[in-house]
Ligand binder design. Structure first.
Ligand code: NAD
Length: 485
């Protein structure tokens, strides 16, 4: 782990193995933090706070940039490590690392541009008084990260926390700590003061909960499931800790009769099957207008049928692998259970939906991407978050029907519409209950735009300059006038 400026074992010596989802082999062994380790790290963070808060924004940015350069120099090695622990193909891991670097650079650029406000005040209590809105660091922060995008989702917490003057402790998912540790080590080597950026490894219900409950922690950022979000909110609520919760989703996508079908098919394929469908922002429910239903499905099924599933550590001399294994055996069983339930209730699988006959390794969690139609509204595919490469599709007749169905969900994270009709696009932007709506675009979380969910998809936002607001406490200040008698 990385605690107070150095690599550390757990104080009680406990460790656990990290395994490769492609073949079940152990990639490395990491410490399993105890409550005592949490206490050491939080105290180190607390000690670093005054100094980091006083560090000039330019110096903060320059230290972050020096660290990013080191990360960039080792990009290939880090991407391979991410593939080995997470399962995504190397080219997707490289894409994720690039996204991490871009997001962190975005925040380094913002460091010197954070502003408060000066506010005119009524003269009743003295002329020439004015108000200020000061922004102060919120304090010791904790970032709890899931396994699907370990690096980008670490960056969306580290970047805004550090530039706003806060120390932050990262708790990666139990199964994906390796590339994260590597990056946190490199960022520290660039000269961050001890305690400013730390990493503790271990289970969420042990390390994560101890961090949240530690009295000196003031801010918790979770990206994870809706169930974990409820738990984190309860724990943090007792002491009114500041939280943001980026949780699950079941993004709808609407394909209109006038959509550019070729582009829409490509957009939906990336939107559903990237990262083996294990994305919060994946298209998890597809509504296609009846006029283009057959043509769209034909294009989609052909493309999905050509997907190659295999070990993500592809080299140029091996066949190109488009989709790696699912992250864990449990994850694959969950998706199989959801699909099986829909099929039992009458759904039809048009392509995929089973374990490959010739898996790259019998111990890999491989699963063929699936397209499913005639899906009953009460099936698990329709009502639960499907965190894997299975796409349920429904035929719709009108935009009213499509939007009503899109909104018939517990979640409200992303959403999209494919149409050339500006009025229809406008209706989707205004009427779909979601944190983001893309028009004729794939589901992608831009660093430049605020991003967060409504309903059971969470609370608060990451990305964009807006994310920094969740790492400061705004303080009202009044500067009295000079006309007291
Ligand atoms: P998860 O909730 O199981 O775990 C997420 C993180 O929380 C892990 O680090 C885990 O160790 C920790 N954790 C688990 N229980 C905890 C507890 N009681 N207290 C503190 N920490 C705890 O989620 P996952 O399976 O790793 O990730 C998949 C989920 O994350 C999906 O629901 C997905 O939609 C969601 N997700 C959301 C976003 C977003 O931005 N909204 C992005 C990616 C993933």
């Amino acid at each position: 782990m990385f605690i107070n400026g150095q690599w550390s074992d757990a104080l009680n010596g406990e460790t656990y193995p990290v395994t490769n989802p492609a073949n079940g082999q152990v990639v490395d062994t990491v410490p399993s933090a105890s409550r005592e380790d949490v206490d050491v790290a939080v105290k180190a963070a607390q000690a670093s706070l005054p100094g980091w808060a006083e560090t000039s924004p330019d110096d903060r940015a320059s230290l972050i940039r020096k660290g990013l350069q080191r990360v960039d120099e080792q990009a290939d090695e880090i991407a391979e490590l991410l593939t080995a622990e997470q399962g995504k193909p190397v080219f997707e891991a490289q894409g994720e690392l690039h996204h991490f670097l871009h997001g962190m650079e975005f925040y380094a650029g913002l460091a010197s541009k954070l502003r408060g406000a000066q506010v005119p005040l009524p003269p009743a209590l003295g002329k020439h008084a004015y108000g200020l809105v000061l922004k102060r660091p919120v304090g010791v922060s904790v970032g709890i990260v899931p396994w699907n995008f370990p690096l980008t989702l670490m960056g969306t917490k580290v970047g805004p926390a550090l530039i706003a003057g806060n120390p932050i402790i990262i708790k990666p998912a139990r199964t994906t700590p390796l590339a994260t540790l590597k990056i946190i080590g490199l960022l520290n080597e660039a000269g961050l003061p001890p305690g400013v950026l730390q990493c503790l490894t271990g289970a969420g219900n042990a390390v994560g909960e101890s961090l949240i409950l530690h009295p000196a922690v003031r801010r918790v950022a979770l990206t994870g499931s809706t169930q974990t979000g409820r738990r984190v909110m309860q724990l943090a609520g007792t002491d009114f800790k500041r939280i943001t919760l980026e949780l699950g989703g079941s993004d709808p996508c609407i394909i209109c009769p006038d959509a550019n079908l070729k582009r829409a098919v490509s957009g939906v394929v990336v939107g559903r099957y990237w990262n083996a469908g294990q994305q919060c922002l994946a298209i998890k429910r597809l509504y296609v207008f009846e006029e283009v239903y057959d043509a769209f499905l034909q294009g989609l099924v052909e493309k999905v049928g050509n997907y190659r599933v295999g070990d993500g550590t592809t080299r140029p001399d091996k066949p190109f692998i488009r989709m790696g294994p699912l992250h864990t055996a449990q994850q694959r069983e969950e998706v199989e259970g959801q699909l099986g339930d829909a099929v039992e209730k009458g759904a039809k699988v048009l392509v995929g939906g089973k374990r490959p006959d010739d898996p790259a390794s019998p111990d890999g969690h491989y699963f063929e991407p699936a397209v499913v139609v005639d899906v009953p509204e009460d099936s698990r595919l329709a009502t639960e978050e499907v965190f894997g490469p299975v796409l349920p599709i429904w035929k719709v007749k009108t935009l009213d029907e499509a939007i009503a169905k899109a909104n018939r969900s517990l979640w409200g994270l992303g959403s999209s519409i494919w149409t050339q009709n500006i009025s229809w696009a406008n209706r989707a932007l205004r009427e779909i209950d979601a944190g983001v709506t893309w028009v004729n675009q794939i589901h992608y979380g831009y660093d430049e735009l605020p991003f967060g969910g409504v309903k059971a998809s969470g609370l608060g936002q990451e990305h964009g300059p807006e994310a920094v607001e969740y790492y400061v406490e705004r303080k009202g200040a009044v500067f009295g006038g000079l006309d007291w008698e």
